[in-house]
Write a protein that binds this ligand. Structure first.
Ligand SMILES: *Cc1c(COP(=O)(O)O)cnc(C)c1O
Length: 354
């Protein structure tokens, strides 16, 4: 799929730092690989991309990204199978989504051939950083920042598109309890909630820190108008299992169109599990928790794949979720990971060989 005629300027590190990395004790997102991909947008065009040693950037303090948050990002993973083949999971969707996010933030779209060729060459160079074994992966962070040194409040005329990579282990967040939002909002109608825009995350940190202080690790955001409908977790989409039916909110301009979310919906359909994609009210979930029909809540996103929720609180009412033997959460996690690691059939063509 990649167009090998794309010219990428490559400069390699003289010595890899991989020997200094303890792959059995990785903190998510702290260690980065030897190289990074950089492509600058100047004079109305994306310039020749470069892969070069991972290093700090020199950016003018007046660059618009620092003042107006004109920045978008993606999150994806590379996996390695027993034969040392590297795989990505639905990368076209990440590519399309970063341009959708860019469009909303008035950032010029990035060319597809640059994205795939840059990613492919970078991953081949960093192959040793992708450890084999289920749970091990290389987390990939493409992002774009506005670099023009000018603080007038208008879109930048120059940008940097970059890809950095961080080795990751199977992510276990511990027992996660969540607070249903009553006061703060993540996204509003007509806003940027559907984009992976940097500011969406920055704005969640304060309310989430208040939730932490109450003993909750995350917030399930509700609709900004009424706070009556459950929307998403802010880094993950969210599913509720009531009886044997799976419920999840429809995507909208407030809810990010997660690749894990849509993969779960497809896998549910493939496996005869009923999914209702519709508005899910706080009231019905609390009622289901009271009458015992609420069996599971889980988040779905690239970093954790599937993250089961152990309990929730809303308006002072706290609920614990049952610990299930055969949970949908573990079923979907297993199915997804088997496809990602080339351990099962891939009926929908989600794997992409690098
Ligand atoms: C990235 C993200 C998700 C999860 O999307 P995936 O494509 O499954 O990783 C969910 N919500 C928000 C706000 C996100 O930024």
């Amino acid at each position: 799929m990649s167009d090998l005629s794309i010219d990428i300027k490559i400069s390699k590190v003289s010595e890899s730092k991989i020997q200094s990395v303890d792959f059995n004790n990785l903190t998510f997102g702290k260690v980065f690989t030897d190289h990074m991909f950089v492509c600058n947008f100047v004079d109305g065009a994306w310039q020749t991309p470069e892969i070069k040693p991972y290093q700090p950037l020199t950016i003018d303090p007046s660059a618009r990204v620092f003042h107006y948050g004109q920045a978008v990002f993606e999150g994806m993973k590379a996996f390695k199978d027993a034969d040392d083949q590297i795989w990505l999971f639905r990368p076209e969707d990440n590519f399309n989504r970063i341009n959708k996010s860019s469009h909303r933030m008035a950032i010029p779209e990035f060319p597809k051939a640059y994205f795939f060729e840059g990613l492919t060459q970078l991953l081949r160079m960093e192959s040793d950083w992708i450890q084999k074994g289920k749970g091990n992966s290389l987390y990939i962070r493409p992002f774009v920042i506005a670099t023009e040194p000018a603080i007038s409040a208008s879109p930048s005329n120059s940008y940097k598109f970059m890809i950095i990579c961080s080795p990751a282990q199977s992510y276990y967040a511990g027992e996660v309890k969540v607070l249903f939002a009553e006061q703060f909002s993540r996204a509003a109608d007509g806003g940027v909630g559907y984009a992976k825009a940097a500011g969406n995350y920055g704005a969640q940190f304060y309310p989430t820190s208040l939730a932490h202080a109450k003993g909750y690790q995350q917030i399930i955001w509700t609709d900004a108008n009424t706070h009556e409908y459950l929307e998403e977790a802010g880094t993950m989409n969210i599913f509720f299992r009531v009886g044997d039916t799976l419920l999840t909110a429809p995507t909208s301009d407030r809810i990010l169109d997660g690749i894990t979310r849509k993969s779960v919906i497809q896998l549910a359909e493939d496996n005869g599990i009923t999914v209702e994609v519709r508005r899910v009210s706080v009231a019905e979930i609390k009622e289901a928790a009271k009458n015992g029909s609420l069996k599971e809540i889980f988040g779905a996103g690239t970093a954790a794949v599937i993250n089961p929720i152990a309990g929730f609180e809303h308006a002072g009412d706290a609920f614990e979720l049952p610990k299930l033997e055969n949970s949908y959460a573990s079923f979907f996690k297993e199915k997804l990971m088997n496809i990602q690691y080339n351990l099962s059939e891939d009926p929908h063509g989600w794997r992409y060989g690098v």
